[in-house]
Design a protein around this ligand. Structure first.
Ligand SMILES: [Zn+2]
Length: 149
């Protein structure tokens, strides 16, 4: 054991998605792992518990950003196993989709309607429109790809 790692090197913040990408060991399922008190733990669960609260027994975690390597506690939701299986079927959002989601929301579409359109949960939409996830992604107002007409 040579140099000590500082806490800041455990993860890297993605300025686009707001994700905290785990820099340590990642298991074959794509989840970050860490060792605490000699025990191997899932990094996002350990960090969620450190920042937020204890995850109740039997409950599972779901990444609202769909990035398994992400350890941002704000991107983690506690769900029942059934919900997690159901949600896992959904496809990953892209920058383009996120831009349109914000556009639709700002133009009065309800979260439920947008969620149905993109086959994600209203919570996903809420996380996007409040800037919890995909911070800084907009629908190209500046570049003019969607004009005011
Ligand atoms: Zn994330």
């Amino acid at each position: 054991m040579g140099r000590r790692r500082s806490k800041g090197t455990m993860f890297k913040v993605n300025s686009v998605t707001g994700c905290w990408d785990w820099l340590g060991y990642v298991n074959p399922d794509g989840y970050g792992k860490l060792n605490r008190k000699g025990e191997s733990q899932l990094a996002h669960r350990a960090i969620y518990e450190a920042f937020k609260r204890k995850i109740p027994d039997g409950m599972h975690t779901d990444h609202v950003c769909r990035n398994r390597r992400c350890v941002n506690p704000d991107h983690i939701e506690i769900v029942t196993n059934l919900e997690n299986v159901h949600r896992g079927k959904r496809c990953k959002l892209t920058k383009e989709k996120v831009g349109y989601i914000r556009f639709l929301h700002e133009n009065g579409c309800s979260r439920q309607a947008i969620a149905a359109l993109y086959d994600v949960t209203p919570e996903n939409i809420s996380a996007i429109t409040t800037g919890k996830t995909w911070k800084g992604v907009n629908y190209g107002r500046k570049s003019g790809s969607i004009g005011a007409g």
